[in-house]
Ligand binder design. Structure first.
Ligand SMILES: *[C@@H]1O[C@H](CO)[C@@H](O)[C@H](O)[C@H]1NC(C)=O
Ligand SMILES: *[C@@H]1O[C@H](CO)[C@@H](O)[C@H](O)[C@H]1NC(C)=O
Ligand SMILES: *[C@@H]1O[C@H](CO)[C@@H](O)[C@H](O)[C@H]1NC(C)=O
Ligand SMILES: *[C@@H]1O[C@H](CO)[C@@H](O)[C@H](O)[C@H]1NC(C)=O
Ligand SMILES: *[C@@H]1O[C@H](CO)[C@@H](O)[C@H](O)[C@H]1NC(C)=O
Ligand SMILES: *[C@@H]1O[C@H](CO)[C@@H](O)[C@H](O)[C@H]1NC(C)=O
Ligand SMILES: *[C@@H]1O[C@H](CO)[C@@H](O)[C@H](O)[C@H]1NC(C)=O
Ligand SMILES: *[C@@H]1O[C@H](CO)[C@@H](O)[C@H](O)[C@H]1NC(C)=O
Ligand SMILES: *[C@@H]1O[C@H](CO)[C@@H](O)[C@H](O)[C@H]1NC(C)=O
Length: 393
């Protein structure tokens, strides 16, 4: 009996060691390096681990309590093989020197009534968020095991019958400075996958984003991979994306951004914009390097979409008329496989009337844009046209 117990204990010890546990990965920018170095993140106290309760009706309160308790040096831990259903909004914008080891499976309850009334709401493109991360020195990692599932099927089906259904974005940052986000599988977002806003010094690496509708007659809606907004010094790299909208999109005030080593399938390409949508605003996208991209089955490879100006006297337009600049954008080392267009640059975005666009040219200046080392074979859709450059002046 005694021998048997010892053997059992030994077995348990081995399985405990073999399970991943909270063990922050080393996330490094590669091959391109940011011009400003990222801050160092000191190791967390291995004794301060706050474990989130699994298999509950709502993991939200448990996550919030764990984040408060383990803030300033600890790790919020989601053990593997378990489900964490989040049913209420989570404001995690108070973070400092904390890690999130998400090794289990997070799901957002598909309660359309609740989320539409309570999700964090932004005026920019009516964005809304289930939860938001902000603060300083934060590492969120999944070690290739953890997942975050938006149960998008329910939302896409609802949107198909009612386009007023406000669908939250799966993952959002608002004021996150000095962070890594890595090794997570993101599944079926109701809207975009990621909204990186008001943030700086963030490395996103080794992610797998996948949006696939279970019902062939219900289309995936939006599903942008990453949208950056009011953010600077961001690196997005070494990831695979299967979606139906922009693979990465640089929204207003996205600067010093490196996107490298991505494999995008089924998207609308990697896009600057759309910019100039809101009259009275000044949008800046500059110092962007997109490098080593494999783009398959996309409508566009590399894209820049800018709204035209609007007629004088048109006040408060949200269909163009905004000012700004797009400068120093490099798209380099691009493999195009079966994309409809390789390069698509327009200052007459969403405007079918080209006369009107020429009469009221875009207020956004575009300069120093480089498309370098593009290879591949396109789809036959617009054959022999490979793309377009439409300037409004
Ligand atoms: C469509 O969705 C909106 C937002 O949830 C809601 O206010 C409206 O009542 C819905 N319309 C119908 C016909 O269900
Ligand atoms: C970003 O910061 C501004 C200024 O504090 C705030 O108004 C806004 O709600 C924040 N988030 C987004 C997405 O703009
Ligand atoms: C990414 O996730 C999808 C869907 O879960 C899976 O089919 C695919 O193999 C994954 N890709 C990689 C490179 O891990
Ligand atoms: C798939 O979606 C269609 C259209 O909304 C719906 O009529 C059908 O019942 C759905 N099928 C399944 C298996 O849910
Ligand atoms: C380009 O990215 C792929 C992954 O998509 C990677 O295997 C390859 O090593 C990268 N090439 C360079 C030159 O970095
Ligand atoms: C972008 O930055 C410019 C210059 O600082 C500022 O005027 C503008 O309001 C910002 N736009 C947004 C959308 O934050
Ligand atoms: C252009 O952008 C790249 C990538 O962010 C940056 O490394 C480079 O310094 C920028 N060049 C200028 C002249 O600002
Ligand atoms: C692109 O689409 C074709 C035709 O539907 C398909 O055979 C191929 O597997 C797709 N490519 C990728 C990378 O998924
Ligand atoms: C395009 O705009 C011009 C200038 O406003 C107008 O005269 C013309 O009728 C418009 N064309 C169409 C097809 O709407």
């Amino acid at each position: 009996m005694r021998v048997f117990n010892a053997a059992l204990l030994a077995f348990m010890a081995v399985t405990a060691l073999a399970s991943p546990g909270p063990n922050r990965p080393s996330v490094k920018c590669h091959p391109k390096q940011p011009s400003r170095p990222f801050p160092h993140s000191p190791p967390r106290n291995p004794k301060r681990i706050c474990t989130v309760l699994a298999e509950t009706a709502d993991a939200g309160p448990s996550i919030l309590a764990a984040a408060r308790k383990c803030n300033h040096g600890g790790t919020v831990y989601f053990p593997p093989g378990k489900t964490y259903t989040i049913a209420t909004v989570l404001d995690l914008t108070f973070l400092a020197n904390i890690d999130f080891a998400i090794l289990g499976n997070i799901k957002f309850k598909d309660d359309l009534t609740y989320w539409q009334a309570h999700a964090f709401q932004y005026s920019f493109q009516s964005a809304s968020l289930f939860w938001r991360f902000g603060g300083r020195d934060v590492n969120i990692y999944g070690l290739g095991t953890g997942s975050i599932d938006g149960l998008g099927d329910t939302w896409w089906a609802a949107w198909a019958t009612n386009s007023s259904v406000a669908r939250p974005i799966l993952f959002g940052t608002d004021g996150l400075h000095g962070a890594t986000i890595s090794g997570l599988k993101l599944i079926n977002p109701p809207n975009w996958f990621n909204f990186i806003s008001n943030s700086s010094e963030v490395i996103i690496s080794d992610m797998n984003l996948s949006a696939i509708s279970k019902n062939a007659s219900v289309a995936v809606k939006n599903s942008d991979g990453w949208d950056t907004y009011r953010s600077s010094n961001i690196v997005i790299q070494n990831s695979v994306i299967h979606n139906t909208d922009d693979c990465v999109s640089f929204k207003p005030n996205s600067t010093e951004i490196i996107v490298q080593n991505l494999r995008c399938t089924g998207s609308h390409g990697i896009s600057v914009g759309s910019l100039g949508q809101y009259q009275g605003e000044f949008d800046i996208v500059e110092n962007i390097h997109v490098y080593n991209i494999s783009m398959s089955n996309a409508t566009d490879g590399a894209r820049i979409k800018i709204w035209p100006g609007v007629a004088p006297g048109t006040v408060g337009s949200t269909v163009g008329g905004g000012a700004g600049r797009v400068k120093n954008i490099t798209y380099e080392k691009y493999t195009n496989i079966n994309n409809d267009q390789v390069i698509a640059l327009t200052q007459c975005y969403a405007t079918s009337n080209t006369t009107l666009c020429a009469l009221y040219p875009s207020e956004i200046i575009v300069k120093d844009v480089i498309f370098n080392d593009f290879v591949g074979v396109m789809s036959k859709k617009y054959d022999p046209i490979a793309g377009y450059l439409i300037c409004s002046v």
